[in-house]
Each structure stands twice: as C-alpha cells, then as structure tokens.
Design a protein around this ligand. Structure first.
Ligand code: GYE
Length: 325
C-alpha cells in the first residue's frame, strides 16, 4: 500500500512538472486495435507473399496495428510469441501454425486471457474447437486430389509409374493432406508406386540437398510430386545436374503446389507439368473476418480460399505476368 501511494505521488509530481492538464488520464490509451500475428517463417515464396498480404492489409488502415513475429519454422518460437502478445495485452491474435499438434495449452492460455484468435493457413488439431474463432486457409486435401486426378488422366492403367515424393514440414496441414491425397491414390492404383519419400521442409535448399543425394543412386523416376514450389525449384536444379530430363516430353513429370509466378512461368514454358494453386493473398479476408467479429456478426468455423490447377495447355503468358505472387 505504502508503495502504491509513493508511486501515485511520483506520478502526480511528474504529471504536474510536465504541465499535464489531467485530461489524458481519462482518455482511452489508444483507439488502435492491436493484432499479434505469429507467422511460420519465411521458408518459401508462398510464405513471403502471405506475410506481405497480411502486413499490407493492416498497414493501409491506421486504426489497426499488426505486430508480427517470425517463428523461423519452430513451434517453440510461436509459443513464446503468443505469450508475449498476451503479456502485451493485444486485442486479437492470429496464428499460422507450423504443425497441427501441440496447441492445446497455449490456446487455452489465450482463451483465459480473453483474447480472440484466428488460425490461419494451416490448422491445429485440438479437441475443443471453441479454442479459436475460425480457421481460414486452403483446402489442402482438395489440392492433393486435384493433382492426383490430373495424374489419373495422364497415366494409362497399364503403365507402371514410380513417383518420387518430396514432402514439406512433417506435421503441417499442407504436408499431411497433400501426402494423404497421394497415398490414398497410390493405394487405389496397382500400377502406381511411391519410390521414395524425401524430406524437403518446404525449402529450396533442403530439397536440392536431398534430391542431389538421392539421384546419385536412383534415376528411375517417372513423376515428381513436390509439396511446394520452392522444393520443386531445388529438385529441378538437382535433376538438371544429374542429367535427367523433366517437364513436357521429359522423363519426369513434375507436379508442384503453390503456383507462384515463377512456377507458372516454368509451367508455361513446359518445364513443370502441373501447378496446383495455393492462394496466400488472404490478408483482406482475414481483416474482414476480424471486422465481422468486432461487429458481432457470426463467422464460419472454416473459411476456404478459392483455388484451381494449371497446366501448359491452360495458361497464357498474360496470366503468368499478372500473377501477384
Ligand atoms: O504450400 C508452402 C509454405 O502452409 C500453404 O507452406 C502453406 C505451405 C505452402 O511454406 O510453400
């Protein structure tokens, strides 16, 4: 108590010395709505575009402040970021989770602090869906199924194929669902075989490294199913160095996910056979959801963004050039 009075006295003195009229004390600290955003990292072009979409959306509106923390692909870093946001008393939290498991405790802490939270891009595996307001992002299983359906059309029933599978961060929704679509399809097609599953962590460097090592011993590949564009770019470099042709008319048919401008250009030029789209530009949609929430409007538990798939046959140079990411 004594301490309280001396602090109060000090504050009063400082206030008087500064010529404070006392008006400020009764005003709310600020009208700015502060959002803490825990981003996965900057592992891919997709991610960079997603970060840009989020920061640009809120930077355009002075009534918002977006505090972003880059987790460098480590879930532990996301936990620290979230706890920091809670201590700072942010108004809202957005999490793009690295992996699905392990979120129960920290989401409960957010709930206990009374802060609403949106899960963005990937999902979280928690029993209690009330731990978050909504999950906005891609339908990753649908993306995988688009890829598989394309391959079904390409490959005659009597042709045996060996598929090399490059996987993203294990445990991330994008990896789990894209992998599931492929594995389910392989189980259905006696003539399809996964020759190997290599871990590329969604990065170009890692994919290049594992592909280079793999190709030293194995060259018998008909299809490369790569769970994102950046891993595909690394794989293409490794294939080239190993003297293996790919793309339209080449030995290896390439399927990639994200459909960034660079990948679409390769697809247009016949170097990539199929680009399955994964749209990172949902900053404006996230903001709309937050605004609906603030206005008491019900928001759906899952919001999927619109996506499709592209081949050399169905894209034009104009389309590639107009790609925003
Ligand atoms: O495909 C990949 C990124 O979760 C949609 O993560 C995302 C995936 C995307 O690093 O490029």
């Amino acid at each position: 108590m004594k301490r309280f009075f001396s602090v109060l006295l000090c504050l009063t003195m400082i206030c008087c010395m500064a010529g404070c009229s006392g008006v400020k004390a009764t005003e709310p600290a600020s009208n700015v709505y502060v959002i803490g955003f825990s981003q996965v990292g900057s592992e891919s072009d997709w991610r960079v575009a997603n970060t840009r979409s989020m920061t640009a959306t809120f930077a355009d509106d002075p009534s918002y402040e977006l505090l972003m923390e880059n987790a460098r692909q480590q879930q532990e870093n996301q936990f620290s970021a979230v706890r920091k946001f809670i201590l700072e008393g942010v108004d809202f939290i957005i999490i793009a989770p690295t992996v699905e498991e392990g979120w129960e405790t920290v989401l409960t802490e957010i709930k206990e602090a009374g802060i609403p939270v949106i899960i963005m891009d990937r999902s979280v595996a928690v029993d209690d869906e009330d731990l978050y307001l909504t999950n906005i992002g891609s339908d990753f299983l649908r993306q995988g199924n688009l890829a598989v359906e394309w391959l079904e059309d390409e490959i005659p029933e009597d042709k045996e194929i060996r598929i090399l599978h490059l996987q993203g961060t294990i445990g991330a929704t994008a990896q789990i669902q894209r992998t599931k679509a492929l594995e389910d399809a392989v189980a259905k097609h006696a003539n399809w075989e996964i020759s190997s599953q290599l871990y590329g962590d969604f990065t170009e460097a890692k994919a290049y490294e594992v592909m280079t090592a793999y190709l030293k011993e194995n060259k018998d590949i008909d299809v490369l199913y790569s769970e994102n564009d950046n891993m595909t770019f690394g794989a293409m470099r490794a294939l080239e160095e190993a003297g293996i042709s790919y793309g339209n008319g080449g030995q290896v048919k390439i399927i990639t996910f994200d459909a960034t401008r660079e990948a679409l250009q390769y697809c247009h030029d016949g170097k990539i056979n199929l680009c399955v789209e994964c749209n990172p530009l949902f900053g404006p949609l996230v903001k709309e959801l937050i605004e609906n929430y603030r206005n008491g409007i019900d928001i759906p538990k899952h919001v999927y963004v619109d996506e499709s798939a592209y081949t050399t046959q169905n894209i034009t140079q104009e389309f590639v050039d107009s790609r925003e990411y």
